[in-house]
Write a protein that binds this ligand. Structure first.
Ligand code: B12
Length: 590
């Protein structure tokens, strides 16, 4: 229950971008269950998906240099960090004509729309604009919501956003702003040309400043910088909403890659070198599989000149030997992430991978480690074509083999179910029957309503001929559990850590079916009554997940949030704390 807060100092900006939690408002909800492991992936986030698009940071720099002040509020982080905060109070403090909300990842559909609705209730004077990958795909539907004023399409929105801010400042017509959907004075929807599709992508980010808590927060702070050098993809995995074909569907551009200019990449590294304690930061280079060898070599030169603690690169093919040597030479803790998706070559190929055999991969791992690569992460996925429970089990067995073969050598296989969504715009989403898939939600509104279901199983938007929704969760969670056990047995992870992690999985495995049964009651009144009976148990469990810390497969220990690069909160933590009543403020301290 939200309590009134003391007012916050006014936050004045030409535009404020807010990143909504995947579910708004998750606090104190007794009727929707967020189980442990409810997210896929290895990134340090809760099931609220706190990352905001890295494009917020490029927009902030670009607009800033043009004289427009853009501020960022990660509402997800704010609400996790200060659960007592009153959102109305926060919105009242904004002094801006325009709020940007990302619906980039579809998983935010409920949170982003609910936030927009809230803004219109509390601050009808502020215009709300949506943007991001999913916003582009669903632009025509999103603009029909009464609380969405504008939608900006595109993988690069810098110039159009500048044009929009200028037009708003001068009260001029919006009809000439590329990529924009808007409503005219009569409320009629207008769609401008989707014509701003530059060959280059974005500008460099200024990494020299990080959220204030980065150094001071929890015992194990999450010090990470993330960057992507390109938008789009050279590959075509059927499940991926960023694949070659998906990019063409979403952005209506034939060429599926746009690259960051080299001088902008250089700028990013220059700013990183200015970051105090850069040697304590991990650098996550996303999408490096899309870089050509010459571009990658130039990139590695920059890494070599930056004293980062560790660096990770995602690779599609097995990296060439000369590149491995250069990677190892540029940073002592170089991590390479491979994603064969399945040990079974047929399934791997159907998943868009399968470009090397297990034998080739194992020989490559040996070589890579020999050249001084510090760690190899190997990801497997659940929810691929022709992949049934037995196949998943075999993948786990194969992971055990890898763990034993490379014992003590930092080879870390991981597995995760593809939940809650099959990416909209992916080939499997568009042509489900051709690939053995069934899609439950197609529109944005169907996804939004789906995300409000109490049961995680009912929030999943697909199933395959080989794994039902229940099985995606059940088989998926059991696979992670077995793999964690194996890691304890091989001393890759401490036994106590795994015991704690797996106890949480066991609890989720026991409680998910209970919530699911109640959520499946046809009669809404009876369903609400049954869910209410479970309410205390749901809330207790949610509070163990949605709090000021994160834990994942790659790092199964709780780490405090607040200092992650995307933990920008608009106000400094002390100010946010001071708006809470004294008693509640004490409760939220670390
Ligand atoms: C890099 C990346 C990541 C990084 C995050 C980087 C980041 N913070 O931006 C990491 C690895 C952390 C990640 C995580 C996830 N990802 Co990801 N990711 C990608 C990837 C490879 C590139 C995205 C990209 O190119 N962005 C560049 C451009 C498009 O965006 P941008 O510069 O950030 O922003 C510009 C525009 O988008 C727009 N914009 C964005 N927001 C807004 C808001 C407003 C108001 C406006 C005006 C404009 C605007 O303007 C910006 C400036 O020009 C794509 C695959 C691909 N090839 O596209 C998948 C992809 C985006 N991810 C995807 C998914 C599913 C996820 C996860 C949900 C996976 C998971 N289950 O954990 C998480 C979500 C994390 C979270 N929110 O907490 C899907 C999304 C499909 C969908 N439509 O929902 C994609 C398409 C493919 C995939 N399956 O991996 N991801």
């Amino acid at each position: 229950m939200e309590m009134p807060c003391n007012t916050l100092p006014s936050l004045k900006a030409d535009t404020v971008f807010i990143h909504a939690p995947a579910f708004f408002d998750f606090r104190n909800r007794r009727d929707i269950y967020f189980p442990f492991l409810g997210t896929s992936g290895d990134v340090p986030i809760t099931p609220l998906y706190e990352y905001f698009p890295v494009g917020f940071k490029t927009l902030q720099r670009f607009l800033g240099e043009q004289g427009y002040d853009m501020r960022i509020i990660n509402l997800s982080s704010v609400l996790l960090r200060f659960p007592g905060i009153c959102v109305d109070t926060l919105l009242q403090a904004l002094d801006t004509p325009l709020i940007g909300i990302d619906l980039h990842w579809m998983v935010h559909v409920q949170g982003s729309l609910a936030l927009a609705k809230k803004i219109h209730e509390v601050r009808p004077d502020i215009k709300v604009i949506f943007g991001g990958i999913s916003s582009t795909y669903y632009a025509r539907e999103l603009i029909t919501y009464p609380f969405v004023d504008l939608v900006m399409r595109g993988y690069d929105t810098h110039a159009p956003m500048l044009a929009l801010l200028r037009a708003m400042q001068h009260g001029s017509n919006l009809a000439d702003i590329p990529n924009l959907l808007w409503k005219d004075g009569s409320g009629a929807i207008r769609e401008n040309d989707f014509s701003h599709k530059p060959a280059s992508y974005a500008c460099g980010i200024d990494w020299s400043h990080q959220p204030r808590e980065a150094q001071e927060s929890a015992t194990i702070p999450i010090l990470e910088i993330l960057s992507t050098q390109n938008a789009g993809c050279a590959y075509n995995c059927g499940w991926c909403g960023g694949s070659r074909e998906a990019f063409r569907r979403v952005f209506q551009r034939h060429r599926t890659m746009a690259r960051k200019p080299l001088e902008e990449i250089d700028y990013e590294f220059q700013t990183m070198r200015k970051l105090p304690n850069v040697d304590k930061y991990h650098f996550y280079s996303v999408g490096s599989y899309n870089e050509s060898p010459p571009a990658m070599r130039r990139f590695l030169d920059q890494v070599g000149e930056t004293n980062l603690k560790s660096v990770s690169y995602e690779q599609f093919h097995l990296t060439r030997d000369d590149m491995l040597k250069q990677m190892a030479a540029t940073n002592k803790r170089t991590i390479i992430t491979l994603s064969p998706e399945s040990h079974d070559p047929v399934i791997a190929r159907l998943a868009g991978r399968g470009v090397y055999s297990n034998q080739e991969m194992e020989a490559w791992v040996e070589r890579a480690l020999g050249y001084g690569i510090f760690q190899i992460d190997i990801w497997y996925f659940i929810g691929m074509p022709q992949q049934g429970p037995a196949s998943v089990q075999e993948t786990v067995q194969y992971c055990l083999h890898l763990l034993e073969k490379f014992k003590g050598q930092n080879v870390n296989p991981m597995i995760c179910p593809m939940i809650p969504f099959l990416d909209p715009a992916s080939t499997f989403f568009e042509y489900p029957q051709d690939h053995g898939y069934r899609v439950f939600f197609r529109t944005a509104e169907e996804h939004r309503q789906g995300m409000e279901r109490a049961s995680l199983i009912n929030r999943i938007n697909y199933e395959t001929r080989w794994l039902s929704r229940e099985q995606l969760v059940d088989v998926g969670f059991h696979a992670v559990r077995s793999l964690m056990e194996a890691k304890a047995a091989c001393s890759v992870l401490p036994r106590s850590c795994v015991a704690d992690y797996n106890a949480r999985i066991d609890d989720a495995l026991q409680f998910i079916p209970v919530v699911h049964e109640a959520d499946n009651i046809a009669d809404p009144v009876e369903r609400a009554r049954e869910l209410d009976l479970l309410g205390d148990e749901i809330l207790r469990r949610n509070n163990l997940i949605l709090f000021n810390g994160v834990m994942n497969q790659a790092f199964p220990l709780h780490r405090g949030i607040g200092g992650r690069w995307f933990d920008e909160m608009g106000w400094d933590p002390q100010t946010l704390q001071s708006t809470l009543e004294p008693a509640r403020a004490r409760r939220t301290q670390l």
